[in-house]
Ligand binder design. Structure first.
Ligand code: NAP
Ligand code: ZN
Length: 346
């Protein structure tokens, strides 16, 4: 099917309109008319070659919400007209230990990303959600609960799950002191989910002007990290810190904030390595961990939880022609708090 899209056509170029053919609907496939598509910082890291090679043309986008327009013969979970979502991956090996255990985001062969990833059948490279439509195997599609605004839901498909999964895994809840480092697309979802789970939530931001927003989202405290006394005054007081920052920061400073057996979870993906002092870790028996999105089953659980608590992303809906400017604003930490493309403008 002919699909309109915005693509990066060559290194150092911005996004441009492009058309291409999606695969025809196979027996297990769901065809989706995209309504809204979120802009994740990962799209920018990828398209600007910060994480390695890119297949051109590349249509980014892995925060997709739309309506089902066609289903294959074997599709049982979805029907035409239903509102659904697609997140960061669209396939996995399905046979490894992790896939069988329902953790296909950690597929031992590597999950197949929604864009810029070789298709497992060798048929080409995946193309993402900055597009008018997409065709995805039903096993990698989730349903959007009724009543959730579709534009505000799109960012849940990556930013939402990326914070929900570690918050659940490391037990965010009543009596647990959580710090969210960086109040961008991921960070603001972290505040909302941590709060809904009952944790005490502090935002650690390098932008003083985000304080009111953070408190309105439910944060209990807001600390500006350019003030070094923050790291002294709040030393050894956090149970769980989640670093969502897209650029390198001094992790040793943040580790000092963790109390006994506290954990710093890395979800932000600065391309540069971090120098870590052993002394910062052994005091208080601290841990550094990582977390990558979440499995499809948890993606559905997170959307259902969002439906029950009416948790949405704070979005700025844009026309596709604004995308290059939007990307520059994301890099400048000037997004409140997620750009979402109205796919009808592609
Ligand atoms: P974003 O909207 O740009 O948010 C990043 C935030 O980090 C900014 O809003 C800013 O918050 C802070 N920040 C940016 N530059 C900084 C600097 N130089 N020093 C200190 N703080 C800085 O990005 P995002 O879409 O949330 O993504 C965040 C990162 O997570 C990206 O690296 C992305 O690739 C990665 N990611 C990981 C996963 C995963 O599965 N682990 C999934 C999706 C994305 P303040 O203004 O509040 O300081
Ligand atoms: Zn993402």
């Amino acid at each position: 099917m002919e699909t309109r899209a915005y693509a990066v056509m060559a290194p150092t170029e911005g996004l441009k309109p492009w058309s291409f053919e999606r695969r025809s609907v196979g027996s297990d496939d769901v065809q989706i008319a995209i309504e809204f598509s979120g802009v994740c910082h990962s799209d920018i890291h990828t398209a600007r070659g910060e994480w390695g090679d890119l297949h051109f043309p590349c249509v980014p986008g892995h925060e997709i919400v739309g309506l089902v327009t066609h289903v294959g013969d074997s599709v049982t979970k979805f029907a035409v007209g239903q509102r659904v979502g697609v997140g960061v991956y669209v396939d996995s090996c399905r046979t490894c230990e992790n896939c069988v255990a329902g953790m296909s985001n950690y597929c031992l062969e590597g999950m197949t990303g929604t864009y810029n990833a070789p298709e497992r059948d060798g048929s080409g490279v995946t193309q993402g959600g900055y597009a008018s439509s997409i065709v995805v195997d039903q096993g990698y599609v989730v349903s959007v609960p009724d009543g959730l605004d579709p534009a505000g839901t799109a960012p849940l498909l990556c930013a939402g799950i990326t914070l929900y999964s570690p918050l659940k895994h490391w037990g965010a809840g009543p009596g647990v002191k959580v710090g969210i480092i960086g109040l961008g697309g991921l960070g603001h979802m972290g505040v909302k989910f941590a709060k809904a789970l009952g944790a005490h939530v502090t935002v650690l931001s390098h932008t003083a002007g985000k304080k009111e927003d953070a408190l309105a989202m439910g944060a209990d405290e807001f600390l500006v990290t350019s003030d070094e006394s923050v790291f002294v005054d709040h030393a050894k007081t956090f149970d769980l810190l989640i670093n969502t920052v897209s650029a390198p920061i001094d992790l040793n400073l943040y580790l000092e904030l963790l109390g006994l057996d506290g954990t710093l979870v890395m979800v932000g993906l600065s391309p540069d390595p971090y120098p870590i002092k052993a002394f910062s870790m052994l005091a208080q028996r601290r841990r550094i961990a990582g977390s990558m999105i979440g499995p499809v089953s948890e993606l559905q659980e997170m959307l259902d939880f969002a439906g029950q608590h009416n948790i949405l992303s704070d979005v700025e809906v844009i026309e596709a022609s604004y995308l290059n400017e939007a990307w520059d604003r994301v890099v400048a930490s000037d997004v409140r708090y997620r750009f979402v493309i109205d796919a009808s403008t592609i």
